[in-house]
Design a binder for this molecule. Structure first.
Ligand SMILES: [Zn+2]
Ligand SMILES: [Zn+2]
Length: 81
């Protein structure tokens, strides 16, 4: 599976860690963005290199198009959809 930042193409190593608002840190790509501690789903993921946020599914580059309605329902901030 190809996973890299859609903005700078940084590939997160297995040792990369993201922090949840609950304080837990884990590799978000192991769980498709869901915190294993509190169950919160992070629909956007911050790149640890360029610090920019991108929709979590945009990091996966060999997936076929998926049901965007289900994924983007809570992330339509800029589009105002
Ligand atoms: Zn990046
Ligand atoms: Zn959490």
């Amino acid at each position: 599976m190809e996973i890299y930042c859609p903005k700078c193409e940084w590939e997160p190593p297995a040792s990369a860690r993201w922090s949840c608002s609950c304080g837990h840190s884990w590799n978000t790509f192991d769980t498709q963005g869901q915190c294993p501690e509190c169950g919160k789903v992070w629909r956007e993921t911050q790149c640890l290199q360029c610090k920019k946020w991108s929709p979590h599914h945009d990091w996966y580059h060999d997936y076929p198009p998926i049901d965007l309605e289900e994924i983007t329902e809570e992330t339509a901030v800029e589009e105002g959809a």
